[in-house]
Structures are given as C-alpha cells and as structure tokens.
Design a protein around this ligand. Structure first.
Ligand code: XLS
Ligand code: NI
Ligand code: NI
Length: 445
C-alpha cells in the first residue's frame, strides 16, 4: 500500500491508492469496472467520465439533518481557529482525491474557506485558501471542474440572492460571486456554476415573479461579463432544481432554463449542469432532463447522484442504479461527450454511514456504476441494433413527402392531398419491450 498523503497528517490511514482489480475482486476498496486508462471507443474511461468530488458533501457535511446533529466527527474539524480547520480540511480533501484517483473536484467559496460577514475578512480567508488549493493542485495534478458561490446558506439570503426583493442583498450576493469567480479563475476552473437555491419564492402572494426573474438575468449577465474580463474562457452553468429549499425555484428544470437563457440572450455563455435528483424532483427522469438540455445544445455538465423513489426530496444518494447510468451515458455519448463538463458526485453518504471508509466505498460504487453505464451505452450505440431501430422508426421522413415536410416545404393542403391518395396508415408497433430487453441484454454481457 502506497502512503499517499498531502499535509503533515494522514486523514485516511490504512487506505492507499484505490486500485482497479476487475469484476472478480471481492475487495470493497477496489474498482471492479472503472479502469481509468481502458479505452472505450476513441477515449479512455477517465477522459469520458471526468469524475469530480464535491467538497461540501464529502468534507463539510457531517450527517446532520433537521432532526439531529452530525454522526461523523471529522479529524480535520478539530482546531478552534476556523482557518486552521479549513487548512486541515484541504489536506484531507486532497489526500482523498489522490487516493481515489479522480481528476477533478468542485467547491463553493464557503466550503473551501471560512465565511465572514465582514467583506474584507471573507475575501482574505478565500484568498488564503485559494493559494493553498493552488499549491495542492500543483502537488497532486488535481484540477478544478467548477467553482461556485454559496448564496443560500447565510440568513441574509432567506428571500433570495439575485432575486431578493431588497437590492442591498442582491449587491451583497455580488461580493461572493465576484470572489468565487476570481477563485475559480485563479485555480484554472473549467466551468463556473450557478445553483439558485433561494432564487424562487415561498409564496406567490408577496412576489413579483417577472421582476425577480429579470433581476436574475441581469445578475447572470454582469457576472458573465466580469468572469470574461478576468479571462475566464470556460462555461457558465445553471443547475436546474424545481424546489427545495424554496416552494418554487425559477430554474425549475431543463426546459425552463433553456427557455430562460434564450429569452435573455445568455445561451452563448451558459449551459446546464443537470443533477439526477433534481430532474426526478421535477417529475422527470434523469435522462429526460439530460436529453432536453442536449437537444438544445446546452448540456454542459452533470451532478451525479440519485434520489429515492419513496422520498419526495433531494436525498443526494450516490448513484448505483445501472439502468440510470446507461440512460445518462447514452445521451452523453450521442452528443459527443461532455466537453469541459464532467460527472461531479453531488452526493452524500447516509447519516448512518459513520466509518471513514464509507466515503471511499460511496465514490468507488458511483464511479463503477458510471463506468458500467459508459461501457453498456457505448456497446448499445456501436454494436447493438438500437440506433438503427430508432432511425428506422422515422424512415418515412427520410425521403419523398415526409422529407419535404421535414424541410418545411409542405403546406397543410399538401399533407391533405398526400393522405387522401394513401390508404389508412399501417399500424407500427413502438416495440418498447424490445428496446428494454436490448438494454438488459447488453447490461448482462
Ligand atoms: C443542491 C445543489 C448544490 C449545487 C451547488 O441541491 O445540488 O449542491 O450543486 O450549489
Ligand atoms: Ni441537489
Ligand atoms: Ni448539485
């Protein structure tokens, strides 16, 4: 076992670099499917999947829920000085990233550095921690998939950040976005995320919805301009979520955000970061929201997790359902990959999972689940009749009157004339069961 650790202290003793051991291994601390350098088509698994670890769930969240405190006492959370705790947390985080073997991580400003109401102190804390993270990135080769600002935890944001009815709060939110953009640029972040947790309403009766949404668009535009002025050439990402914490959130789902971006002329700089559990919260499936974003040319990145069919909230569990990961990777492969995006595990171990090892097991499982999704989706596209079946289903639009209609060259009267000459259309089965059987057949191969 190699002793990979970063700072003065090892935070995950007894756990070395996670190896790939293949499907026959029973070692819980080994990958069974994810083999970073294995080629799938024209790219390696690592290049396709671009995994990232979420700083907040993995190093800040300790299992607390509305009914009780945390269940995990973290060894990096002991110093009385908040900056010293942040430094220890960064050591633990980079040790974890390295041992796990992921290329990327993601953070909110206040995951990395202690928050402060005094703006100068907040900025100093963040700059201090960014310098440390920059050094750790250089030491380990880790990269930043995206940075973001937490505009939902501090009580000042209870009525919203960019959509707050009070301009003073909107301006205060800009302090954090400016600092988080600077941090992201300083760390070479490839994307910058906006998740509007409080951008919505608790009650429509006290809300001017259009005004709030216009403010949001304006805020995003000036944040974009500031980022570009710093030389940020990456993608800005909006992460849809329909509700929780608010009763209604403006970035409801993919379709809503696509429309919003186009309405406000933001679609050149902004794409979507689709989170599985947010898609299901909005009443869609994960692959539905991915497909809507992809069809708009706006699928930028993925927050990989899953909900729980029995619960109505954002349980942020680690992805383990292979059917889900196959569905997601079909969309990703068909659009030619995630570009500068990646698969960020915006997921937390259960409150009941109290061993240090559980964090590794959770990520190993999630990485294997997506690696298998990748293998199966690739085989379905390249080897199975799936794509041919789908194309065949629309064959009547490939030539003749159907092609003319698709080109926009037919009138309603043309269609009438065509139908009047033809006989009653032949019944064509949708063959859903055949498609589902095909997926299972390839999953079992
Ligand atoms: C919460 C969101 C959040 C974003 C980043 O539900 O998923 O974690 O990904 O602010
Ligand atoms: Ni979430
Ligand atoms: Ni998320």
């Amino acid at each position: 076992m190699s002793n990979v650790f970063i700072g003065a202290k090892e935070y995950f003793p007894g756990i070395g670099k996670i190896p790939f051991e293949g499907r026959d291994s029973d070692n819980p601390l080994a990958f069974k499917i994810y083999d970073a350098n294995k080629r799938i088509g024209d790219k390696t698994m690592a290049e396709h999947l671009r995994f990232a670890v979420a700083y907040w769930h993995s190093f800040c969240g300790n299992g607390a829920d509305p009914f009780g405190p945390g269940t995990r006492a973290y060894p990096w959370d002991v110093a009385s000085d908040p900056l010293a705790r942040a430094e220890a947390r960064a050591d633990a985080a980079f040790e974890f990233f390295t041992k796990l073997g992921v290329p990327y991580y993601c953070f909110h400003d206040v995951d990395l550095a202690p928050d402060a109401e005094d703006i100068g102190e907040y900025e100093r804390n963040l700059k201090h921690m960014v310098a440390i993270a920059r050094q750790r990135q250089a030491d380990t080769g880790l990269k930043l998939l995206w940075g973001t600002a937490n505009l939902f935890s501090h009580p000042r944001y209870m009525n919203g950040a960019a959509t707050n009815p009070d301009f003073n709060v909107v301006a205060r939110a800009a302090v954090q976005v400016k600092a988080a953009l600077e941090a992201t640029v300083e760390l070479g972040g490839e994307n910058y995320v906006f998740w509007g947790g409080r951008e919505g309403y608790a009650a429509l009766v006290n809300t001017q919805m259009k005004r709030e949404q216009d403010h949001l668009a304006r805020f995003l535009a000036i944040a974009r301009d500031y980022g570009r002025s710093l030389g940020f050439s990456g993608t800005f990402l909006i992460e849809p979520k329909p509700m929780e914490p608010m009763k209604h959130q403006y970035d409801f789902d993919s379709a809503t955000v696509v429309g919003f971006l186009r309405q406000h002329g933001l679609e050149q700089d902004f794409k979507l970061n689709i989170e599985a559990n947010h898609a299901t919260l909005s009443g869609h499936s994960f692959d539905h929201d991915l497909q809507v974003a992809a069809d708009a040319g706006l699928l930028g990145s993925i927050d990989a997790n899953r909900g729980n069919p029995q619960n109505g909230w954002d349980t942020d569990q680690f992805p383990s359902d292979l059917y889900d990961t196959v569905g997601a990777m079909l969309v990703v492969l068909r659009q030619g990959g995630l570009g500068s995006g990646g698969l960020n595990f915006d997921a937390k171990v259960r409150r009941e999972s109290s061993d240090a090892q559980d964090l590794f097991l959770a990520h190993i499982g999630g990485m294997d689940a997506f690696a298998r999704g990748l293998e199966v989706a690739h085989a379905l596209i390249e080897q199975s009749p799936l794509e041919q079946w789908r194309t065949q289903r629309y064959a009547s639009f490939d030539s003749g009157a159907g092609a003319q209609f698709e080109r926009g060259a037919s009138s309603l009267a043309d269609l009438y004339a065509y139908a009047a000459k033809a006989s009653e259309p032949e019944q064509r089965s949708g063959r859903q069961e055949a498609y589902e059987n095909l997926i299972n057949q390839y999953l079992l191969r």
